[in-house]
Ligand binder design. Structure first.
Ligand code: 8YV
Length: 313
């Protein structure tokens, strides 16, 4: 396999990069500041692309690699891969579902608790020595609240299961009602937002879900409502979110993802009712290692002519 060319287009777990380097002829995109040089010299050798949730394979890259057979993403989200193009050209696509479900769901609950109970702010309060000057203000209870989930796929269901453990009532929005679920279904996001206290975004990013959290939804959630986003930054109209938080039209927001990562709107930095994380939903040693093994397993299966472990296309 050492002669098979693999193009790495994203910074991934060092273990994954090292293993790819050991097993294949690895090209790192950042070693070629001029992409044209990489393509002129090596396009014909590259049979696989490995990317992540931020850097995948767009139509231009796919068209520039005539021998491309497989795109393997170190992520469950594949919004940075042109799936239609891959389908049309017979290029296989794999991602890393299941192995990160628990991790991302755990973080969604952690983010919710951090936001409602103001855990990060409490920590800053103690560190700054302010505790000596008086008691910390009261916060908001999570147990028993109504949690609305956008997207009842693997991650959405895992969040629901966890929230049930906090005696929360669960409702959801998805394109179609899930016949096998007892949770309350709302056929529109505005209705869901009007009927829950905590709204969690857990759906894939598509043309339909881009800015699914807009002004109307934010206003429906209201000044006592909390928004949690562990999906993609582009699910939320960030400018609308910022103004709603500034104007007190939304109770608070817990965000693991942003529209233009790693750029975060500076207006959020001064607000107390937000918790901001650097896209760490799946970021534990255990889960990232499992994700890396899945990428390696898919590539190996493909080049040995065996069934892919997690085929998407
Ligand atoms: C990671 C993710 O950010 O799986 C996804 O879709 O967003 C995350 O697990 C990622 O791709 C690791 O680089």
């Amino acid at each position: 396999m050492g002669t098979i060319g693999v193009l790495l287009v994203a910074r991934v777990l060092p273990y994954l990069e090292q293993e790819l380097d050991k097993r294949y002829k690895l090209f790192r995109i950042w070693d070629y500041p001029q992409k044209a040089q990489l393509l002129t010299q090596h396009a014909a050798a590259i049979r696989a692309v490995v990317g992540n949730s931020n850097d995948g394979a767009d139509a231009d890259l796919i068209d520039a690699l005539p021998k491309l057979e497989i795109v393997s993403s170190f992520s469950v989200g594949v919004d940075k891969i042109d799936l239609e193009k891959c389908r049309a050209k017979g290029i296989r696509v794999t991602n890393t579902p299941d192995v990160l479900t628990d991790e991302v769901a755990d973080l969604a609950i952690g983010l919710t608790l951090a936001l409602l109970r103001r855990i990060c702010e409490c920590d800053r309060y103690v560190r700054s020595g302010n505790w000596k000057k008086g008691d910390y203000k009261l916060t908001t209870k999570f147990s028993g609240k109504t949690v609305g989930i956008i997207g009842l796929g693997r991650i959405g269901q895992a969040i629901a299961k966890r929230a049930e453990g906090f005696n929360c009532s669960i409702c959801y929005y998805s394109r179609t009602e899930k016949r096998d679920s007892n949770y309350k279904y709302y056929p529109s996001v505005v209705e869901l937002a009007s009927n829950c206290e905590i709204l969690i975004v857990a759906c894939p990013l598509t043309d339909e879900t881009h800015h699914i959290i807009n002004r109307e939804v934010i206003n429906a959630l209201g000044p006592k409502g909390f928004l949690i986003n562990i999906g993609r930054g582009k699910h939320v109209d960030e400018a609308e979110l910022v103004s709603a938080l500034q104007e007190g039209r939304l109770g608070g927001a817990g965000l693991d993802v942003f529209e233009d990562e790693p750029v975060v709107p500076e207006e959020l930095f001064g607000l107390e009712n937000v918790v901001l994380l650097p896209h760490v939903g799946s970021a534990t040693v255990e889960t990232r290692t499992d994700m890396a093994d899945l990428v390696l397993g898919n590539l190996e299966a493909h080049f040995l002519g065996k069934p892919l472990l997690t085929p998407l296309v």
